[in-house]
Write a protein that binds this ligand. Sequence first.
Ligand SMILES: [Zn+2]
Ligand SMILES: [Zn+2]
Length: 166
Amino acid sequence: MQFDLLKFFRTATKPYQTEFSVDLSGQDFPGYQVPKAVTARFEADLEGDLLRVELSAGAEVVAECARCLAPVQELFTVEKTYTLKERELTQEDNDLPIDLKGVLDLDELVYQELVLQIPTVLLCSPDCLGLCPVCGKKKGAGCTCQESEDSAPADPRLSILRQLLN
Ligand SMILES: [Zn+2]
Ligand SMILES: [Zn+2]
């Protein structure tokens, strides 16, 4: 969705708000995907010569746990407020995706903010122990290598320790 900020600056008589959805399934995210449409809400309000813009969006993120590769599904939300003056619309160092005609690309803005918000390392749980290097199963769930009394420690120094303890 596009929003003409310049026109809003010049003609707005009351606040504007809308809800829209963005398809980011084809977008390139670092280490995760956003397969479902993102619902977003946008508000613009002119206070004197200052434009206040609010964006909120919720995205369902799908990834693999960085430690155990289990599927991860997590909802991330973005809530941002920006303030702008008319002359800032055409400035080149603008952080917002605004074209030379003063039109804001809301889809791109949602994408940008999500990339900033979502960590590139996602875990199935904060205390995920990862995969066991011996059996390949998830530690604490399926892997019994550590707990097993009979299994000989791989490191001979550990077996000496074990003898001392006995
Ligand atoms: Zn995990
Ligand atoms: Zn194991």
